[in-house]
Design a binder for this molecule. Structure first.
Ligand code: SF4
Length: 211
């Protein structure tokens, strides 16, 4: 199973109550061979209307930073693929219900590095909860199903919009992600495509809000 199949699965999914309130499900998008995958929290209003991730204000901030820093091939997705009503933080039960989709996306893309944007994404990827200030800027190992990941945690761009003083650290973290993804060539990609096709079998919040 790879990205088009995962997207179809997301579009048909009703594994949590968010499928009843969404306008559109929002699968990830980007280069299927990306070096870096960015994982946010959940779609916001504009993403819900368009069915695409990171197309609102926070998304534009992220995309412009990614482009300015020179990331060539990247993938963008969220821990939860349907908008929580009123942009509330997704419940942990919703994150867990949606995690198999996230795992399958990452198994398809096989990025060198995953950037967790905010606490919800970090928790979904790392499997434990901690304040974002304790995690940001750190490179942490994670295992999602059969996927072994290198995860760099930073702020969600929505948090940066609310508090512009975070922007310097946010950009510093993205620069670090660039260095790791493109200059540290010893970092191995983590799984074979065959595993992605089999599906994950995977086990499968400041603040940032929706993307
Ligand atoms: S949020 Fe995820 S698990 Fe819930 S209905 Fe949407 S795609 Fe399915």
């Amino acid at each position: 199973m790879c990205l088009p199949e995962v997207a179809e699965e997301v579009k048909r999914c009703c594994k949590c109550p968010l499928c009843k309130s969404r306008t559109n499900p929002v699968p990830g998008e980007g280069d299927p061979e990306a070096e870096v995958a960015f994982v946010g929290e959940a779609p916001g209003k504009e993403e819900d209307l368009e069915g695409r991730p990171f197309v609102g204000r926070a998304g534009r901030l992220l995309r412009s930073a990614i482009e300015e820093l020179g990331f060539e091939r990247y993938y963008i997705t969220n821990a939860v693929k349907c908008r929580p009503p009123g942009n509330r933080t997704p419940f942990q039960s919703e994150v867990e219900a949606c995690k198999p989709h996230l795992v399958r996306e990452l198994l398809c893309v096989k990025p060198r590095l995953v950037v967790a944007l905010g606490r919800t994404a970090a928790r979904a990827l790392l499997g434990f909860d901690a304040p974002i200030k304790e995690l940001r800027g750190k490179m942490l190992p994670a295992k999602l199903g059969r996927a072994e990941l290198k995860v760099l945690v930073t702020y969600h761009p929505a948090a940066v919009l609310r508090n512009p003083r975070l922007k310097d650290e946010f950009l510093r973290d993205l620069r670090k992600a660039y260095e790791v993804a493109y200059k540290q060539t010893s970092l191995a990609r983590f799984v074979g495509k065959d595993e992605a096709r089999k599906g994950s079998g995977g086990e499968g919040e400041e603040e940032e809000g929706a993307d």
